[in-house]
Design a protein around this ligand. Structure first.
Ligand code: DGL
Length: 286
């Protein structure tokens, strides 16, 4: 009996319980990178649904269906906590997952990236006037406007959709002459449409990959804000408030990566974003 108990204790000790990160593709890596810096001892499991990206123009039902499939997969890999490191999924699927699905999964938690951003970004603006850039889906959902109206009502939130940016990144065309011309055109439209705004929030986790280019074409008075550090700080505070959950997460400083696309295709850009070589496993949803 003692041996059997010891065996199961050992088994549960070895069980990995990483923090799951999900994005339609590469974008969530820009968030994970900042989280790894601020919480270096934790284990992480990243899943990019690159084979079905982009999600931006998909209906709410489809985004929900794909996101929930991914979250369930991360649960099966042992994650008790999953971060939707994707604004489109946070806007179109998070609430539904929290309300309809999680009651059947006691002990599991799913968080998004929109609320943590709306909690702090208003404070970065002197003119109380900001622009949120996002996918068509995120912008059409109005989730940012709704969250700011509660969390930072003095902030005027202008929105602008950039439907080409995620495809340019997923297809590794963002550095091409044509790619840069498209991005520049959108940025110029934003600057001329919202001249009072002094903060541009990159409300899509893919967009920080373009941050240095965007910064090179906007006036110095306009601050470009990406979500990685904001989400990392918010996650750290969340774990401090949820000690029971925090204790269950395994801490061996390990990170693993899954993609629904060919793993070699993923490894290339993932290594560029993270600044280290990564090994990636290709999976299929069951
Ligand atoms: N990184 C996702 C986001 O933050 C991109 C969504 C897409 O695939 O269009 O919205």
């Amino acid at each position: 009996m003692i041996f059997i108990t010891a065996f199961f204790v050992l088994l549960s000790m070895n069980k990995s319980n990483p923090i799951g990160f999900f994005d339609s593709g590469y974008g969530g890596l820009t968030v994970l990178k900042e989280v790894q810096k601020i919480l270096p001892t934790y284990d992480y499991l990243y899943l990019g649904d690159n084979a079905r990206a982009p999600y931006g123009a998909r209906t709410a039902d489809v985004v929900y269906e794909y996101t929930w499939e991914a979250v369930k997969t991360l649960f099966k890999y042992g994650c008790d906590l999953v971060v939707l490191a994707c604004n489109t999924a946070s806007a179109k699927a998070l609430r539904r997952i929290q309300h309809e699905n999680l009651p059947e999964y006691p002990g599991k938690r799913v968080l998004g990236v929109i609320r943590p951003s709306a909690e702090v970004v208003g404070d970065f603006s002197k003119s109380n006037n900001i622009v949120v850039l996002g996918t068509e889906g995120t912008i059409a959902s109005n989730t940012y406007v709704d969250e700011f109206s509660v969390l930072s009502p003095i902030t005027k939130v202008n929105q602008y959709a950039c439907p080409l940016w995620v495809p340019l990144i997923e297809n590794k065309k963002y550095n091409s002459l044509e790619g840069k011309a498209f991005i520049k055109n959108d940025v110029e439209m934003v600057l001329s449409s919202f001249p009072r705004a002094d903060v541009i929030l990159l409300g899509c986790t893919h967009y920080p990959i373009l941050q240095s280019f965007i910064e090179s074409i906007v006036p110095k008075t306009v601050r470009i804000v990406s979500q990685g550090e904001i989400v990392a700080t918010s996650l750290k505070l969340y774990l401090e408030r949820h000690e029971g959950l925090d204790q269950k997460i395994t801490k061996n400083s390990s990170s693993q990566y899954l993609t629904t696309e060919n793993h070699e295709v993923f490894e290339d850009l993932a290594s560029t974003i993270l600044g280290i070589d990564v090994n990636v496993e290709q999976i299929k949803f069951k």
